[in-house]
Design a protein around this ligand. Structure first.
Ligand code: SF4
Ligand code: ZN
Length: 322
């Protein structure tokens, strides 16, 4: 099959748009969509100047998504004096898995000459995910602990490094799955939070002062296209799956979504466009209402929490009690 735009061989066919593209035109199309998203979400503030630049911290895990994100951001803004970027990697303490992906992060950051910081659960909390998964004092899935710890470190370090925004590599499949999960769980408040935290144009959201706001520039790009881009550009991405991956419900949604997309191309895009609108309405409705709890500082660690002691500190306590 030939590329729609030139006479080279197509490397991909997008069922949802009908496009056949060669390597060059495919890569250009991914980059164009990412830049388009950055513009639509107004991630570069108008008042950013070389004297007073905008600071971005990129969550870099070494998987294909965050590697592609970091690469495209560097290509786009690497020489732009209005934007200062650095990468932040979290090591969860997962033998054989995270060590290799950290190598990918170090390699990429060195290639791009980008500042790179590594923080570990072990140094920060004195725990390793391999031990947590084995001991499991709360009888939960490993990801339920891991997600709380990762969020805490990303937020606290983004703040410590003076980030105006925290950018993560979530792709279209990730976002459509989260949207569908929120709908199927009937969780309207979660939709409202999802919108304010990371969807929609930046100036229409209402990120609180308590957290560094998030942005997801890859959220229009299907997972397969992110993987193909990483492969074609020969980026140092690490692709094996975490041995503790266990989000059962998300797994089911993932299968359902792939099946739907196969039979009805464009499903993920249409889920997201409808969901974003509904999530924005939900955000408007809940803002400033009775449910808008004031956050305190955790008694132990100072993180923002609606309780006296934050969830991370409570989980750490039960892990240490084993
Ligand atoms: Fe942590 Fe789960 Fe991700 Fe593994 S799959 S790194 S346990 S959140
Ligand atoms: Zn705490």
């Amino acid at each position: 099959m030939e590329c729609d735009k030139c006479d080279r061989d197509a490397v991909m066919h997008a069922g949802y748009s009908g496009a056949h593209l060669c390597e060059n035109h495919f890569c250009a199309s991914v980059e164009k969509r990412v830049r388009g998203r950055i513009r639509k979400d107004s991630l570069v503030p108008r008042d950013a100047t070389p004297e007073d630049p905008e600071h971005w911290v990129i969550g870099l895990s070494g998987g294909k998504d965050s590697v592609v994100l970091t690469h495209i951001l560097d290509e786009t803004f690497g020489k732009d004096p209005r934007i200062e970027m650095m990468a932040l990697t979290i090591h969860e303490g997962i033998e054989g898995y995270r060590d290799e992906s950290v190598d990918a992060c170090v390699e990429l950051a060195a290639d791009l000459q980008m500042r790179h910081e590594l923080v570990t659960y072990e140094e920060e909390f004195g725990v390793r995910m391999d031990d947590v998964a084995r001991e499991d004092p709360e009888n939960m899935a490993p990801c339920a602990y891991c997600g709380v710890f990762r969020r805490d470190l990303l937020e606290n370090y983004a703040e410590e490094f003076g980030a105006d925004k925290l950018l993560t590599g979530h792709n279209l499949d990730d976002e459509a799955e989260t949207a569908l999960m929120n709908v199927l769980e009937g969780d309207v408040k979660q939709m409202a939070k999802h919108f304010d935290a990371s969807l929609g144009p930046f100036d229409e959201r209402n990120p609180t002062d308590d957290f560094v706001p998030r942005a997801k520039p890859l959220r229009d790009i299907p997972e397969k296209e992110v993987a193909l881009y990483a492969h074609l550009k020969d980026l140092p991405a690490h692709i094996t799956e975490c041995p503790h991956a266990s989000e059962a419900f998300r797994g089911e949604i993932q299968e359902l979504m792939l099946d739907l997309e196969d039979r009805h191309p464009g499903t993920r895009h249409s889920i997201m466009s409808g969901y974003e609108e509904v999530a924005e309405m939900a955000a408007d409705r809940y803002r400033g209402g009775d449910d808008d709890v004031d956050l305190n500082d955790c008694e132990r660690c100072g993180s923002k929490t609606a309780r006296d002691v934050c969830r991370k500190c409570r989980l750490l306590e039960s892990i240490r009690a084993v």
